[in-house]
Ligand binder design. Structure first.
Ligand code: ADP
Ligand code: MG
Length: 558
């Protein structure tokens, strides 16, 4: 038997595949299953153009066969199989992708789901196996072949008898090492879990014989082990289904199955885009923040799939920080992946998707605000602070984007209101949007500073979050109306009072001077005020920084 050597470059490459391309060794299974799925796709595609072939979905599947005795794991498929030449070309030359060739030869560009492209995935098998045997028969050949390799030393090909068209890949697992356990790849539970994680949405059934303990027939407490062939994967991803086929419950189930959260999402957003970057997405607006949401530990991100295969569990680039609460997934066939298929090569496509998602999330929030006010308030209680941080962050770059999502408690309405609602109620003579800051609505209500504004019949927004005033300072105005703190020196109310105040201050010069001396550094000035109705004294701030902001700034660590 002639032993073929891998070409020199191939040897180096193989070494790389085994030791450094993939971050996790369980990925080998994703790669072998993707190949199997591609092989079935190829029959499907051939059947489209070849009348002698029919594609009966039920004949096509992938099967995993763990064998504990022999310590082998077999991945079987009923796909196109390989001829001798194809074995040599595709498995004998690393970084040669038969699938890529198939795609270009058949001019498959659009909407077609063949996954392979780099010609390295197969060799990931050597991360977990010492020896790999491939038994295969091509749909175009009468003969079967056996390809065997123990890694870097090369491979052999011999003819075999084989009736079934398709491929079987048999992995002889590596010996367990002290810290590396390979037996786990023989465990049904582990295999199920890996399939669910990476390959749940492969379009063909991934089957496995599963042993389950079941109640023995005719008995009440005797159990027996029953072996049953099960399909492990979900196959049709919910995001590829039509929206009209899906109920709210389907989305909620998906949210819970995926463990995006333990709450019930307030809204789902199902996006199918056929634009310059094609993608599907299912996004959720949760009801509750995760326990670590407002900490550094929280990681934002969406799951990223390429053609139904999981590429990244938390792709942060798909969400702006101010929408970091959004959960869900994106699947696109237009991503240019790097060789490990764990990262993207260009972020142009991601940028387009991110922008789109941002728009959709905002639309949905606005529609919730308009049509389901209670729900929106629940949302805002959970994530409003993040929106306000968004207004403030990046030097106010996003303030326009976010300003209509803000809610503040109103002194006159006694409930949360939007800035738009506030402005629409402003009497003609009201110059500013007034706000008052404090620890709670109750405390703000008792502030002497609110009195004169409230007396005028003007509405005051209550700021109880530390970030409120910072955000508003960043906005400076809304619909051309400036914000003004009730403790500001200039409230824009009745100019003549200013004159009176000045006169009164002058006539009591000596008293105010004495008070100033006693208070020293604590105040800048003491003067008469026309603002007071039922309180004898009020503190007011000059300039940009209000008293509340000053407190926060002073409390910040240096
Ligand atoms: P890629 O999938 O990126 O092309 P792989 O290293 O995973 O690269 O596979 C190399 C090639 O081997 C594939 O393109 C395909 O032509 C062939 N191949 C691998 N597995 C199978 C299979 N189960 N059935 C048929 N052909 C396969
Ligand atoms: Mg592959």
């Amino acid at each position: 038997m002639v032993k073929h050597e891998f070409k020199a470059e191939s040897q180096k490459l193989l070494d790389m595949v085994i030791h450094s391309i993939y971050s996790q060794r369980e990925i080998f299974l994703r790669e072998l299953i993707s190949n199997a799925s591609d092989a079935i796709d190829k029959i499907y595609y051939k059947a489209l153009t070849d009348d002698s072939l029919t594609f009966d979905q039920s004949n096509y599947y992938i099967k995993l066969i763990p064998n504990k005795e022999n310590r082998t794991l077999t991945v079987l498929d009923t796909g196109v199989g390989m001829t001798k030449e194809e074995l040599e070309d595709n498995l004998g030359v690393i970084a040669k992708s038969g699938s890529q060739t198939f795609k270009s030869e058949n001019e498959i560009k659009d909407g077609y789901d063949i996954i392979g492209q780099f010609g390295v995935g197969f060799y990931a098998a050597f991360m977990v196996a010492d020896k790999v045997t491939v038994l295969t028969r091509s749909i175009d050949s009468e003969e079967g072949y056996k390809w065997v390799s123990q890694g870097t030393d090369g491979y052999t090909i011999t003819p075999i008898d084989r009736e079934q068209v398709g491929t079987e890949i048999i992995l002889e697992l590596k010996e367990n090492q002290e810290e590396e356990n390979y037996d786990e790849f023989l465990e049904e539970a582990t295999l199920k879990q890996i399939i669910k994680k990476y390959s749940d949405f492969i379009r063909y059934p991934i089957k496995m014989d599963v042993t389950e303990s079941k109640l023995k027939e005719g008995t009440e407490d005797e159990y027996e082990d029953v072996v049953e062939e099960q399909t492990i994967n979900t196959m049709v991803p919910i995001w590829k289904k039509r929206k009209s086929e899906l109920t709210d419950e389907d989305y909620i189930n998906f949210y819970q199955e995926k463990r995006y959260g333990f709450d019930q999402p307030l809204r789902h957003i199902h996006i199918n885009v056929d634009g310059s970057v094609r993608y599907n997405a299912i996004l959720f607006i949760p009801e509750q923040p995760p326990f670590n949401y407002y900490t550094r530990e929280y990681e934002k991100g969406l799951e990223l799939y390429s053609n139904g295969v999981l590429i990244m569990e938390k792709c942060a680039d798909l969400l702006p920080d101010y929408f970091s609460f959004v959960k869900g997934m994106v699947d696109s066939e237009d991503l240019s992946l790097n060789i490990s298929r764990e990262m993207l090569q260009h972020d142009r496509q991601l940028k387009i998707i991110e922008k789109n998602i941002r728009k959709k999330v905002k639309q949905q929030l606005l529609s919730m605000l308009r049509d389901e006010r209670d729900k929106y308030e629940t949302f805002f209680k959970a994530f409003g602070q993040q929106i306000k941080f968004g207004v403030y962050s990046d030097f106010g770059q996003h303030k326009e984007e976010l300003q209509d999502l803000l809610l503040f408690y109103s002194s006159t309405e006694k409930k949360l209101v939007t800035l738009e609602e506030y402005v629409s109620r402003m009497p003609e003579d009201q110059k500013y949007i007034y706000y008052a800051s404090g620890d709670s609505n109750d405390r703000i209500e008792k502030l002497p500073q609110t009195e004169i504004v409230a007396d005028k019949g003007y509405e005051i927004l209550y700021f109880t979050d530390e970030v409120d005033e910072f955000a508003i300072k960043m906005m400076t105005q809304y619909q051309d109306k400036e914000f003004r703190s009730v403790s500001s020196g200039d409230l824009g109310i009745e100019e003549e009072e200013k004159e009176e105040e000045k006169e009164e201050t002058e006539s009591h010069q000596a008293l105010f001077q004495a008070m100033k001396e006693v208070l020293g550094d604590k105040v800048k000035d003491v003067r008469a005020s026309k603002r007071l109705k039922s309180y004898p004294v009020v503190l007011s701030a000059d300039g940009e920084i209000s008293l509340e902001m000053e407190k926060i700034i002073n409390a910040m660590p240096d």
